[in-house]
Design a protein around this ligand. Structure first.
Ligand code: LMR
Length: 327
């Protein structure tokens, strides 16, 4: 009997020691291609985390909606099936109304203004907007300003009337297209190419990087350089997972996220220029530039949407974001 107890104790000790030695697995799930700001940012995070916490963490990155689409990934975080994600800021409506701010059309003058706002106290505070619902924002990553694409040339807002546009799951973006008398359809990112190719939809809005890396430009005749909105990301984890990490590991991972953010943001700036140029060189899709008067027509058509969401988002928050344009 004594031997049996000793053997069991040894077995138990062996098992717990092995468990303690196991690296912590961090699954990072996202929907875009690897050669994008988010794709490269996720891989940079893996490289940093695994070299600084060698043997203590293992980061597995799943790109191209291989594991979860953005409609499911937040739930998966809460269930502990993945530990990190970076959905676009347009995909958090089920968890907070506040992030709808980023979808207001023509809110930010350019990506520098977005950056200033995200680094401001009001912007930082928004990273905690979902903590009561169990999700913690660790940082923002840029992708860039959105452009409109379609098979007809969209020079004026009236050109979009009657067309079907794929949108992300955002009520603000839905209202934006309704303001143009167009039909918005909420569809996962992974379905956009096929919907465009089969003419299930007429157009979509996205960044140069997403239009290039997912080949939307090959199935759209025109892209209007409207810069009317933003696709940026919140790097998000579950409160439970993050606070359950050993303190020293969490501190190093926070540092890795910060450094990966700087890197992803740099990639975003380069891709916004480089991928636009590649699309132009391809000759597959015509890029339409708006003169100031034409641009104003789009602003006038879309901006009334702000009033519909001011109460949900908060007038103070909108004012804080606008202040970033002036700096
Ligand atoms: C989209 O759904 O169009 C984007 O949010 C995809 C992404 O993650 O950039």
């Amino acid at each position: 009997m004594r031997y049996l107890i000793a053997a069991l104790a040894l077995l138990f000790y062996g098992a717990t020691a092995a468990a303690a030695d196991e690296p912590i697995t961090i699954k990072f799930s996202h929907v875009v291609a690897e050669n994008t700001p988010k794709g490269k940012g996720a891989l940079k995070f893996k490289e940093l985390a695994e070299s600084r916490l060698e043997g203590r963490v293992e980061v597995q990155v799943f790109a191209n909606a291989q594991l979860y689409g953005d409609n499911k990934v937040l739930e998966a975080l809460l269930l502990g099936d993945v530990q990190l994600a970076a959905p676009s800021l347009s995909k958090f409506k089920r968890y907070t109304d506040k992030l709808q701010l980023f979808d207001l059309p023509f809110l930010f003058a350019d990506i520098d203004a977005v950056d200033r706002f995200q680094k401001s106290a009001a912007g930082r505070q928004l990273l905690s907007a979902t903590t009561e619902r169990g999700l913690l924002g660790l940082g923002y990553w840029h992708n860039g300003m959105k452009q409109l694409s379609a098979n007809t040339a969209l020079r004026r807002p009236a050109d979009a009337a009657g067309l079907k546009f794929r949108i992300q799951a955002s009520d603000v973006i839905a209202a934006q297209f309704q303001a143009l008398d167009a039909t918005p359809l909420k569809k996962p990112f992974s379905e956009v190419f096929i919907l465009l190719q089969t003419k299930g939809i007429d157009g979509q809005e996205n960044t140069w990087s997403n239009i290039y890396s997912k080949k939307f430009f090959e199935v759209q005749d025109h892209i209007t350089e409207s810069d009317h909105g933003l696709v940026d990301y919140m790097v998000v984890t579950s409160v439970e997972f993050w606070h359950g990490l050993p303190d020293d590991v969490r501190r190093v991972l926070e540092q890795c996220i910060d450094e990966a953010s700087d890197y992803a943001n740099q990639v975003a700036l380069e891709k916004a220029v480089g991928d636009r140029a590649k699309i132009q060189q391809s000759g597959r899709s015509e890029i339409l530039q708006l003169d100031p008067a034409e641009r104003l027509l789009w602003v006038d058509a879309m901006k009334p949407v702000w009033a519909q969401f001011e109460d949900e988002i908060g007038a103070d928050l909108i004012a804080a974001a606008m202040a970033a344009n002036a700096e």
